[in-house]
Write a new protein. Structure first.
Lengths: 219, 114
């Protein structure tokens, strides 16, 4: 309690500066967590590499404001099959918010190495666990890539589904065009760069679902 | 609304810049580096009740005088935010995803008497 000066609002004794500062910082924490609908601050165990972060942030359109209650999300892939830079691989993303939000824009960013023989045919499947073998892959999109470097492959926002587990798995099936000799096969393994700061990532735009939206659809 | 000076007893906006480094949150809040946690404080005597801020229009000034002549004000009037703006945040969520969102009504821009 400060001596002499009075609180301008309630007339009581003003807080000492340190006490006021501590109170304001605590208020700031509560206000931010409430604004982000979080109960506590996230524990960041594996932050993405700074270089990957910087590159990915360049993809978020600067200056575009997310629509009201909208969010833009960048999710980096973890590669679940053994090799780290094969062409066909399983990309795993941890996206727990996808279930509770409406997805209206989705792009998969891939970095193709300069060893690209000519045209690369890419099929992107969503792998859903727990279904009968033949239904475990749902084709999301097909793309052809003819140049190395970063590529933003559009995914149908209606096709990509959140999973109960919060884990989304995309199976990348890619084949070079027919005119490549088998010699390229050896190089096939160097087509996609999925390590380090060239990790593939998903760029999503989501919006909080209006309460009861699901019910109207069911009715 | 004026920002509060130490000797301003009347309703005003108190500016407070909070640096996320000071909260120990720079590891998960990527942008911005901090924000204005402004808040309203000060007294609202009866003749200021309902005024949007000290720079009231002529109408509300007259209206205030009328109220001031009424010896029994209806109720107490409080110094509250009258204008707020959103804060755009870029942060890492618990899965390590980068999220960009606009948190509505985060920054108090003006205060006035209720």
């Amino acid at each position: 309690q400060g001596t002499g000066s009075a609180c301008p609002s309630c007339g009581g004794p003003a807080l000492a500066l340190q006490a006021e500062r501590a109170l304001v910082l605590e208020l700031a924490k509560q206000q931010i967590l409430k604004g982000l609908h979080l109960t506590s601050r996230p524990k960041i165990t594996h932050p993405p590499p700074q270089a990957a972060l910087t590159r990915a942030l360049r993809r978020l359109q600067p200056g575009t404001t997310a629509p009201r209650k909208g969010e833009e999300v960048i999710s980096f892939a973890t590669i679940t099959d053994s090799s780290t830079s094969t062409c066909s691989s399983m990309l795993t993303f941890h996206l727990s918010t996808l279930q509770s939000h409406h997805l209206y824009h989705a792009r998969l960013w891939l970095h193709v190495l300069p060893t690209l023989p000519s045209t690369l045919h890419l099929k992107i499947f969503q792998w859903s666990p727990g279904r009968r073998r033949r239904e475990s892959h749902a084709l999301l999109a097909e793309h052809q890539v003819t140049t190395p470097g970063w590529h933003a492959l559009i995914l149908p926002s209606g096709g990509l589904r959140g999973e109960e587990s919060g884990v989304v798995k995309l199976w990348l099936d890619c084949r070079p065009s027919e005119d490549n000799s088998t010699a390229a096969t050896g190089r096939l393994r160097q087509l996609l760069d999925t390590a380090g700061h060239h990790r593939p990532f998903l760029e999503l735009k989501i919006q909080a679902k209006e309460p009861g939206a699901g019910r109207t659809k069911r009715r | 609304t004026p920002t509060c000076e130490p000797e301003t007893p009347l309703c005003c906006r108190r500016d407070y810049y909070v640096d996320f480094q000071e909260l120990g949150w720079r590891d998960w809040i990527l942008q911005p580096e901090g924000y204005q946690l402004n808040y309203c404080s000060g007294q609202c005597p009866p003749h200021l009740a309902g005024s949007p801020g000290i720079a009231a229009s002529f109408h509300s000034a007259v209206f205030n005088l009328l109220k001031a002549n009424n010896p029994w004000p209806a109720g107490t009037s409080c110094c509250v935010p009258t204008a707020r703006r959103p804060l755009s945040l870029l942060y890492l969520d618990h899965n390590g995803n980068v999220v960009k969102t606009d948190v509505p009504d985060m920054v108090v821009e003006a205060c006035g008497c209720s």
